[in-house]
Structures are given as structure tokens and as C-alpha cells.
Design a protein around this ligand. Sequence first.
Ligand SMILES: Nc1ncnc2c1ncn2[C@@H]1O[C@H](COP(=O)(O)OP(=O)(O)O)[C@@H](O)[C@H]1O
Ligand SMILES: [Mg+2]
Length: 251
Amino acid sequence: MKKRKFTRHVTSKWAKTRVLLKCGTLRSYIPETRKMSRQTLQEMLQHYGMVYVKPNSGTYGNGVIKVEQGASGYGFHAGTKVRSFDGYDELYEALGRRIKSRFYLVQKGIHLLKYKERKFDLRVMVQKNLSGRWECTGMIGRVAAPGKAVTNVHNGGKLVSVEQLLSGHASSARVKSLQRRLRGIGLTAAKKLHAKYPGIKEVGLDVALDSGLHPWILEANTRPDPFIFRKLKDRRIFSRIYRYAKAYGRV
Ligand SMILES: Nc1ncnc2c1ncn2[C@@H]1O[C@H](COP(=O)(O)OP(=O)(O)O)[C@@H](O)[C@H]1O
Ligand SMILES: [Mg+2]
């Protein structure tokens, strides 16, 4: 029988965010994130106008809710459901029915760039290579399904190459330099997380881009799906990702 090597998985978004915030070079890429409460949500809404609330240990975009404060009241978008409220108390009660007693976070909302009217964000894959060093092995974009506030593939998100998604937003030279920067961010994040959690072998960052192309780390996955990279035309990318994942016993 094949013996599986030990690969550490860390679920708590709060714990991982705190590790990344300790790093001076990453701090400017991390949207303000707080533990969800009646008070923190209200303060964050007043400050940012739009926030995301999400389960501390969620996956696949499940339970992730976009919340907004506008001139005429409040609103939220969960799954394909959109609701509005006149007052904060009504909003908070309705959210409470979904959240129940689970540990939730509230995070500054990033206005994601769009591709053909649909929001997208990026997944940056970083892995331990065959020499045991961290390597950024791939990047791919995820376009939200119509009517969804999340881009996850398990929520109908569509995989599209970064070059294609950004071609309408920046020159190819700018796209190349952004990709270089994202690789740097990915490597730094992986090393910081690994210093705290030495068993991890791979990190998949979910990165949002705002209208100024500033990258924002929405979350760091310690068990990212390697198979999404099968969608890229360049087959060598998935083949390398798979080879590394196999070497550390992930697939
Ligand atoms: N702060 C945010 N601003 C904008 N979009 C967000 C934010 N947080 C999450 N999202 C959207 O929701 C998706 C899922 O959130 P994420 O934090 O990655 O949780 P999960 O573990 O469920 O994937 C993201 O890929 C992104 O599309
Ligand atoms: Mg995610």
C-alpha cells in the first residue's frame, strides 16, 4: 500500500490572516479583516460601504455573503439571493439566521475587476518543488457565475487564463509585471505560512484585483485544488503542478 506523506492543512482563515499580517511586505495586500459581531460589521460597513462576511473555516464560497450599506439602506447577496433592509438591526437579524452561532469574519470588500460584465479574481499556486524549495507553479483566473458574488468553481465559477482576463484592463507589459509581483507575493506568503505551519507543502492564494490593479489576498488555501490548472492551454503547467503534488503525496 502506498504510504501517504504528512501534509498539513490549516482551515482557520483568521489564524492564517494573522500570520500573513505579521509580514511587513504582505500587509498592504491584505484587506482589513475582523471577527464578525454586531459592532464590527457596522463599523466596517460605515468605513468601506461594502464588505464580505464569511465562515472562518469555510470552503468553495459556501456561506460567503456580500453586504452593502447604501444611501437608502442595507443589502446582502448570498448565493443567488439578494435582499434589502431599511435598518441595520433588520439586516443583522437576517444575517444572524444564516450565520447562527458559527465563527464568521468580516472583511473589507474589494470591487473586483470584471470580464464581460462578470467579476473575477485569481488563484496563485505555490508549491514545494522536487528540491524542497518554494516555487510559484501557476496562476489562473476565476470568473463568477451570473448572479453570484463569489468566483469559486464549486459555485459555478469559470476558469479563464490571466492573460485573457486582463487583456482589456492593461497592456501585456503591465500584465507581465503584475504576474511577477503576484509570484513574489505568493512565494512570500507560502514561506511565512510554512514558518508557522511547517507541514504545509502547497499554498493557493485567492487574489482580488481592484480597478487600480492592486492585488488583495482574500484568503490563503493550504489544500488548493491542483486540477483547475488542467484548463490552461499550456499543458506543461498542470503537468508540473501534478508532478510536485504527487511527490509530496497530495494526489
Ligand atoms: N473581501 C472580499 N472582497 C471581494 N470578494 C470577496 C472577498 N472575500 C471573498 N470574496 C469572494 O468570495 C470568494 C470566496 O471567498 P474565500 O474567502 O476565498 O472563501 P472560500 O474558502 O469559501 O473560498 C472569493 O474567491 C471571492 O470571489
Ligand atoms: Mg477561496
